[in-house]
Each structure stands twice: as C-alpha cells, then as structure tokens.
Write a protein that binds this ligand. Structure first.
Ligand code: PHB
Length: 393
C-alpha cells in the first residue's frame, strides 16, 4: 500500500502531539431502551440525548471513535434485558452499557457486569437499590426517593394534613411511597391509605373512587412515565377528583412535557417535584434543547429521559478518556466518582460513595406560557440533593 508523504506526515505529527492513539480503534457503547411499543417516545428521548451529546462534543475521545449500538426492549422484561445485554457484550463486544428505562431490566443486567468487565451507566431506572447490586453501576437520572422527598414538606406547607398514596407496585413506586410518607409524616402529615397498583393497570376509575372515599385532602402518586401516567392524570382530571378539591402531589414523571398537550388545560396547576424541566432557564439547557430537538424531530417530543442520556454520555466519554480506550470497567467507574459538571438540568456530581447523581430537585407547577402552551414552570429549588433512598429502607 502506498501512503502519501502528506498523510504519513500528518499521522506522525498527531501521534507525537499525543492527540491520537497509535492505532485508530472503535469503542462500542450498547444502549438498551424502549424504542418501539407504548414507551417508544421514552426510548427516542434516550437516543435524542445521546445524539445531542455527540453532535455537540464530537464522535471520538482521545482519538478513539465511538460507535453506539441501540437495542430495543419495548416493555419491562428482565429475561429479555439480560439476553440483550449478554449479546451486546459477547457478540457486539461493547465496552460500555447504557440506557435502561425500567428498574427490573436494570436489576437483570447487574449480575453480568463483573465478568464482562463492562460498566453500566443507567439513563433512567430509578429504584435506589439498583446501585447496591454491582460496584460497576453509575446512574445519571434520579431516584423516586430523591424526587419525592421534598414533596412531603411542600404538601404540609400547603395546608394538607391527610394524604392517600397511589403508586405502581414495583421498585420505584414502593420507594416513592416510603420516601413521601417519611417526609410527610415528619412534617406533621398523615398518610391515611396506601394503594399499590399493578404495573399493567389501565383503568384508573376504581382507584379514583377509592381516593375519593378515603377522606384524604390530597393524593400522592407515582407511575412510570408513558401511557400509564397519561391515563392516571386524565382520570384524576376527568372523574371529578379535581373539582372535588382533592389536591395532587407527584414527582414530575406524571407531568412529563411530551404528555402536556394531551392533558390540555386540565393539567394547569398540577404541582410536581423533579430534577429536570425542558423549560429550565440556563444557557446549557438552551444549547441542549436545541440539539436534542433537532435529533428527535421537534421540541414538543422532548422529556426527561433525554437529559439522563445526555449526561450518561458525558460520564461514558469521561470513562473512555480515563482508560484511554482500554477495557477496564473498575478503572472507568473509579474515574467518574466525584465528577462534577453543569448539566442542562443544573449543577450535578456523581456521589463517590453511591455512584448516583447528586442534583437539584425543583418544585414546578403546570402553567400556561405566553405562547398558549402549558409547561412545567420551576418555582422553587432544593439544591444538591443526594439519594436519600437507601437510608429510608
Ligand atoms: C423505573 O422503572 O425505574 C422507572 C420508569 C419510569 C419512570 C421512573 C422510574 O418514570
């Protein structure tokens, strides 16, 4: 093979300058998420976050090209999740795993990480205990304990003394129920009844009846974002609970921006706490929303999984930088312990002990903007919240 002097000269120059490795290589990153089915928009938000990050920060790290491989997991399915992760590691030879929307799917992957020598960077799955399953997990989303703890005090401050809680009956729902109750009762409130709804519930009218019959002044709710949350909030709006004056407190999963058009004016006034609003006012978020909107095909489709993915890619890029492309999962994870940066959501860091993200939690209210569209307006900030979840169990 003949190589021109010019090309050879440039390559040697780059080598001497230390900007490229001796051999151009490709680092593969496997992303698992719901890219089809009822939760497809959540997966598309993962992809939009990844693409936005790569568009703004380049597609290589220290001369190592980054290739992202997406694998579709439409619904919570631990066996399929494990099979996809295994295939990505063994067949596709990925050095990093990322994504994962549902908790049971993340739980199913953690036992593989050590032998595979692969870190898992979770973009969403929000149960506190996932972090205890493997030292090779880092999380850039939130936990439901983290997002709901500030709500306990907020509810009491707004004159609410009796609450009924209604949560999806699995990890993040149980964590939300426990964390809210702890904070609410510490502030002087009382949870009069706790409903756990099967994950596949789609007729919420019997639940609304139980809420009405309980005598509570407010409902606290958690369900995983998607068709589930839309159905629940619609039922709250349309079965008379709202008119009856029963207040509503929930984490922001229940008012994700991509659901707001379908909820219409019925969503006005809904109070939620969360780590990210698409409307967050900062230069970093403006840049992010522009890039992610382009990737997903319109700002109205964006919601929180995009920012978990964007920051997840930031963490993976830092891991690749620290290991210079070599496969060393423990070294990669150790390199991001204590890492801090300015995310589109605000200031964040990776807690060195738990490997979970420390972030601001915001109180928001669904409000109508000057353009006539509803949005989550941030009205109060709870700064630098760690995950209190493991302590409450
Ligand atoms: C989860 O399964 O951990 C999960 C899914 C969707 C959410 C929150 C948590 O909105």
């Amino acid at each position: 093979m003949k190589v021109s002097r010019k090309v050879l000269g440039a390559a040697i120059g780059a080598l001497l300058a230390g900007t490229v490795s001796a051999y151009a290589d490709t680092i593969k990153v496997g992303i698992i998420g719901p890219f089809s089915g009822p939760f497809a928009l959540q997966g598309k938000n993962f992809q939009a976050g990844v693409e936005a990050y790569m568009a703004l920060n380049g597609k290589s790290v220290k001369g190592h090209d980054i290739e992202v491989i997406y694998r579709d997991l439409p619904a919570a399915n631990p066996a399929q999740s494990r099979a996809l992760a295994q295939e990505l590691v063994v067949k596709d030879k990925v050095q990093y795993l990322g994504g994962v929307y549902f908790t049971p799917d993340a739980m199913a992957i953690t036992p593989l990480l050590k032998q595979a020598n692969v870190p898992l960077v979770i973009f969403n799955a929000a149960t506190s205990a996932i972090m205890t399953q493997s030292p090779l997990v880092v999380r850039t989303s939130f936990t439901t304990a983290q997002t709901t703890t500030p709500l306990g005090k907020i509810a009491v401050e707004r004159g609410v003394k009796k609450v009924i809680s209604a949560v999806s009956d699995y990890g993040p729902g149980v964590d939300a129920e426990v964390a809210f109750k702890k904070a609410f009762e510490a502030a002087g409130g009382q949870v009069v009844e706790a409903i756990r709804m099967p994950l596949n519930t789609n007729d919420f009218s019997p639940i609304m009846q139980r809420i009405r019959d309980s005598g509570a002044e407010a409902v606290f709710a958690f369900l995983p974002s998607g068709p589930t949350t839309l159905g629940f909030v619609k039922a709250y709006n349309e079965t008379g609970l709202k008119q009856a004056g029963i207040k509503f407190f929930a984490p922001g999963d229940l008012t994700q921006e991509s659901d707001l058009p379908a909820l219409g004016d019925g969503a006005l006034g809904l109070m939620t706490t969360f780590h990210y609003a698409v409307s967050h006012d900062s230069p970093e978020n403006k840049t992010f929303v522009e890039a992610a909107s382009k990737a997903i095909g319109g700002a109205d489709q964006l919601s929180f999984p995009s920012v978990g993915a964007y920051d997840g890619m930031h963490v993976i890029y830092k891991m690749i930088e620290a290991t210079d492309g070599k496969q060393d999962a423990q070294k990669a994870v150790d390199a991001v312990k204590g890492l801090s940066w300015t995310s589109p959501r605000g200031p964040v860091s990776i807690d060195a002990e738990t490997r979970h993200i420390t972030e601001n939690i915001y109180l928001r209210e669904v409000t109508k903007g000057a353009d006539g569209k509803t949005y989550n307006k941030e009205i109060q900030t709870f700064p630098n919240q760690k995950d209190p979840g493991l302590a409450t169990q």
